[in-house]
Design a protein around this ligand. Structure first.
Ligand SMILES: Nc1ncnc2c1ncn2[C@@H]1O[C@H](COP(=O)(O)OP(=O)(O)O)[C@@H](O)[C@H]1O
Ligand SMILES: [Mg+2]
Length: 605
């Protein structure tokens, strides 16, 4: 109940349509109710009495009623369509706005696929149910009660037939409903699985193809789609009983009415016209009943959707600004004091444990560690994408939780591992970093990020359109654009999370050189699997299993840190960039394409 109130609370300025629709429906049903009654008059006073004037009179009244019903019904349909589409659009706006305020862990909780289902399928369900409810929820009960009242008025004896049919039909429909409702409930759980599969595969289609996993993924998708299909077939095949049950009820009623009705006419209890009007009301009564059950199924289907929407709307963003936030980040120093962290979803072990690290402002620090060692997690705590479980992360000498999050994230620029460009021109994308950047500034940033040469070779240069997801630039080009975008912010702290993996070593080196010229005072954190990326680093932090193994200048690491020495030896000996992950057992294969920038480029495109 609370859910319904909260969802309908979003009607906003569409509320008046939601009120008008039932009012008009009420009018239309009244007209409908009149028609069988007028029909009786037409037959009794006109046809039976052989009075043509009466036939014309009541015939015209009937036509007028039918026409009025039609017009009023259309108005009510327009109103309810406006109310329901308005509600849907308000819900989508509210959901979208809410999701914008979510922290990463809020998003982890629902999963991206889950959020997409809620904003699309679930909203559409609520919209349809609300539309149906506005029309049917007034029409069916009113029409049912009014028709029954008319019947009782015309002939209390014959009305017994209606009540008997009504009771039987209610019973049958109740059974059908009780059987289908739980099935429809499960249908929506399956939708999430299906959406997850679609989302994963369509966004990663290139990787799927590169690894020739289409068959496997096909199978996975077919399984999800198959389960959904089975559930739907089961639910619908039970629902399909509705029609034959209705048929039996209607025709049973008609036969019984004709039989007993004829006797009543012969006994002089009712007129021929009255029997005809009773037959008209049969349809109204039974049809209303069926509509009522349909709307129950509909509403219970959409109740699950409504709950899922309300869940998102009720979710509290778990990273919020403090009361008196700091709005200046004094410098780029970073301190981790006894920091531990674990993801709320999907992991029991700590992802980072007891991390202590102190980085001076302006320092350049390399971060090395195997996949899953917590490198990305480490840096995401700096811009407060997640809050720590224990310990304190400070930037510029103050706890990150004391800052206004917008200020903090402006000061800490992160080029994420999975960086994204948005659809729009290259210039638009660069200006995400700084809204009022001039073309010259953008050019300079691109020069520093080694992006200028490829941009200038494009036919439209800086006005080239980036397609959605940045598919029309290569992985390496995208990385360089994202770096340029981050440089434009002139941040206090710049974090590159494996952001140069898809550019060759020489370009990587010249990008890093440009950093010292472009942002000398900025603290730079460089995550990489390639030791060559650390050439310009003052110190290197080695992470293993969420713990800091070593944090020292390279020369010192070569003497004291075994992990670092091993990686260094392999990568320099083979002369190429060995993958850190392949170190175990020195299973490095020099022919492996995995570290070939061109191949990496292909994959990440
Ligand atoms: N959003 C997330 N939700 C749950 N677990 C995560 C999430 N992101 C990363 N992890 C887990 O945390 C660990 C560290 O991940 P990450 O910091 O991304 O490692 P790295 O960047 O060093 O490869 C991994 O075991 C990974 O599975
Ligand atoms: Mg990572």
């Amino acid at each position: 109940m609370g859910t319904i109130r909260r969802i309908l609370g979003r009607l906003g300025r569409y509320r008046r349509y939601a009120i008008l629709a039932p009012v008009f429906t009420f009018g239309a049903v009244s007209m409908d109710m009149l028609i069988p009654y007028v029909m009786a008059l037409l037959i009794d006073r006109g046809i039976s009495a052989g009075d043509m004037a009466q036939v014309w009179l009541w015939g015209s009244v009937m036509l007028a009623c039918a026409f009025a019903a039609l017009v009023i019904d259309s108005i009510s349909a327009v109103c309810s369509a406006r109310a329901s589409t308005g509600l849907a659009s308000n819900l989508r706006d509210a959901l979208f706005e809410k999701v914008q305020s979510f922290s990463f862990s809020n998003i982890d909780k629902f999963s991206v696929a889950g959020l997409v289902t809620r904003m699309t399928t679930d909203v559409t369900n609520v919209q349809n149910a609300f539309n149906m409810a506005l029309i049917i929820a007034t029409r069916a009960p009113f029409s049912l009660i009014a028709s029954l009242a008319m019947c009782v008025m015309i002939s209390p004896n014959l009305s017994v037939i209606f009540f008997a049919a009504l009771a039987l039909l209610s019973l049958a429909l109740a059974v059908i409903m009780l059987k289908t409702m739980p099935l429809f409930g499960r249908v929506f759980e399956r939708y999430d699985a299906l959406n997850a599969s679609v989302q994963e595969n369509v966004t990663a289609i290139r990787v799927v193809k590169a690894f020739v996993r289409e068959d496997h993924e096909d199978e996975k998708f077919e399984r999800a789609a198959g389960e959904l299909h089975d559930l739907f077939v089961r639910a619908e095949s039970i629902l399909a009983w509705n029609n034959p049950v209705m048929g039996v009820a209607i025709y049973g009623c008609i036969i019984a009415l004709s039989w007993f009705g004829t006797h009543s006419i012969l006994a002089g209890e009712i007129t021929t016209g009255q029997l005809t009007s009773l037959l008209g009301y049969v349809f109204h009564v039974l049809f209303s009943l069926m509509m009522l059950t349909m709307i129950f199924v509909m509403l219970s289907m959409s109740a699950a959707s409504g709950r899922r929407i309300a869940e998102v709307l009720d979710e509290q963003p778990d990273i919020v600004n403090p009361d008196n936030p700091r709005i200046v980040v004094p410098d780029g120093s970073i301190d981790f004091d006894g920091v531990s962290f674990s993801y709320r979803v999907g992991s029991e072990e700590e992802t980072l444990s007891d991390v202590d690290a102190h980085i001076a402002s302006g320092e350049t620090v390399g971060i090395l560690g195997g996949t899953g060692s917590g490198k990305s997690t480490f840096v995401s705590l700096i811009s407060r994408l997640y809050d720590t479980d224990g310990g304190v992360v400070s930037v510029g000498g103050h706890d990150v939780r004391d800052y206004d999050t917008e200020v903090l994230r402006d000061a800490v620029a992160v080029v994420l591992q999975k960086n994204t460009l948005f659809s729009g021109t290259i210039l638009d994308n660069l200006r995400w970093g700084k809204a009022d950047a001039t073309l010259e500034e953008c050019r300079e940033a691109c020069r520093a990020a080694c992006a200028d040469e490829f941009i200038e070779r494009l036919p439209d240069g800086y006005d080239t359109m980036i397609e959605q997801g940045g598919v029309n630039v290569s992985g390496g080009q995208r990385q360089r654009l994202c770096i340029a975008r981050a440089l434009l912010k002139r941040p206090r702290v710049l974090i590159l999370d494996d952001s140069t993996s898809a550019v060759d070593t020489a370009t990587d080196a010249s990008i890093q050189q440009a950093f010292s010229a472009w942002i000398p005072d900025t603290t730079k954190l460089i995550i990489s699997q390639r030791i060559s990326s650390f050439a310009s680093c003052d110190r290197i932090l080695v992470l293993d299993g969420g713990r800091v193994v070593a944090f020292a200048p390279e020369a010192e690491l070569l003497e004291t840190c075994d992990i670092y020495r091993d990686v260094h030896e392999v990568q320099t000996r083979v002369g190429a960039s060995a993958d850190f992950d392949r170190l175990e057992g020195l299973a490095y294969d020099p022919l492996s394409q995995r570290n070939d920038p061109a191949f990496a480029d292909e994959l990440s495109r």
